[in-house]
Each structure stands twice: as structure tokens, then as C-alpha cells.
Design a binder for this molecule. Structure first.
Ligand code: IMP
Length: 191
């Protein structure tokens, strides 16, 4: 069976990416291989995603897929963006980070936001494919729902009335930014 390394230590992301990749692949986690995460020194989703794919590929002799993603809030100058994971760390977890965001948005009229996912596939022979998926929506007034991971409970995608966190996991995975990026990747390679 063909193998692919899903270059993330985030269990929520791993689950989503593994779900999208064809059953033909055995999906390997860096956690199982005892590989740590690289430092995310890039300033864009694309540079961080490429950096991760490059890093993880050094440890295996099969393809690697990695992702860099985050939540961009318009009235907060598109932050936390590439710092989404770091904001949660700095605030002592996602619940606190979401509370912090809601407080910051209290007096703002515009609650528009978007999630971005940059996926990088690195083949065994060193070729890179990079794609990006974006989904627009808004930040909810409250933390709502217990499903999913990260900032799911405060993001309501356009044309929905509930947060990612209130949606059934499968339902979310079929519309989200990661899925949109993956659809583009699938047009380029058989994965
Ligand atoms: P990084 O790509 O490892 O830098 O982390 C991205 C951050 O954005 C993490 O903290 C994730 O939890 C968050 N994030 C990315 N995608 C999603 C999503 O689909 N739902 C909720 N949070 C997400």
C-alpha cells in the first residue's frame, strides 16, 4: 500500500486531511514516527506550508502533505492569520483565545472573517504542489458548539446559521477551507 505522511501534530487537522485523501494511501502521522514540528518562521500561509512539507520530507521516502491554516478577521487587520496557533498558545488555549477575539470585536460593526488553508504536497522526487482554499463568513457573538477543533466554535460560514463547532464533523469537512484547497490539489494529482 502507498504511504503518505500528513505533516501535522494537530489531531483535528490530521483527521480532516486523512478523511480527504483516498483510501489507497496509508496515512502516517509524524507523532508515530517521533518527528517534531519545525519552527514556523514564514510570514505567509504558503511559506509555512512549504516549509513544513520540506521539513517532514527529510524523514521519509514517500510523499508528504502539509497544511498551514488560520483565521483572518477583517476588522482586526486580518489577524490572527498565520499566528492563529500562537495566539491560542499565548492565551493559554483556544477557549481563552476565542474569548479574547470576542472581546476585541465587541465594539466593531464588521464581524467578517475568513479561514485560509494552504496545502503543500511534496512528492518522493522532490516536486512541490501548492494550493490554497478560502472560506468567507463571520465571527459569532458567542462561543457556540463543541464539535471540531481550534476556532470552530466562533466561525459561521456564509449561507449557514451555525458555527463550524455546531456542525456535524463530516458536514464541516465537506465545505471547509481545507476541503476547498484539497479539491484544487485533486485536480493536479491523483490523491
Ligand atoms: P498552524 O497551521 O499549525 O499554524 O495552525 C493553524 C491554527 O488555526 C491552529 O491553531 C488551528 O487550530 C486553527 N485552524 C486551522 N484550521 C482550522 C479549522 O478548520 N477550524 C478551527 N481552527 C482552525
Amino acid at each position: 500500500m502507498k504511504k503518505i505522511l500528513i505533516g501535522t501534530h494537530n489531531p483535528g487537522k490530521f483527521r480532516e486531511i486523512a478523511y480527504l485523501i483516498s483510501k489507497k494511501f496509508k496515512k502516517i502521522s509524524p507523532v508515530k514516527l517521533n518527528i517534531k514540528s519545525p519552527k514556523e518562521t514564514g510570514k505567509t500561509f504558503e511559506s509555512n506550508s512549504r516549509l513544513k512539507a520540506n521539513f517532514f520530507s527529510k524523514f521519509v521516502d514517500f510523499p508528504v502533505i502539509s497544511d498551514d491554516s488560520g483565521l483572518c478577521i477583517k476588522s482586526l487587520k486580518n489577524t490572527p492569520g498565520v499566528y492563529s496557533a500562537r495566539l491560542a498558545k499565548e492565551k493559554g488555549g483556544f477557549h481563552n483565545a476565542m474569548k479574547y477575539i470576542l472581546k476585541k470585536l465587541k465594539l466593531k460593526k464588521n464581524r467578517s472573517a475568513f479561514f485560509v488553508c494552504n496545502l503543500t504536497y511534496k512528492s518522493q522526487d522532490g516536486k512541490f504542489i501548492n494550493v490554497q482554499g478560502k472560506i468567507y463568513g463571520k465571527i459569532s457573538e458567542k462561543i457556540l458548539g463543541k464539535n471540531g477543533f481550534g476556532y470552530d466554535p466562533i466561525f459561521i460560514p456564509n449561507s449557514y446559521n451555525e458555527t463550524y463547532g455546531q456542525m456535524n464533523k463530516r458536514e464541516k469537512m465537506k465545505i471547509d477551507h481545507r476541503y476547498l484547497a484539497f479539491k484544487k490539489l485533486r485536480k493536479k494529482i491523483n490523491i
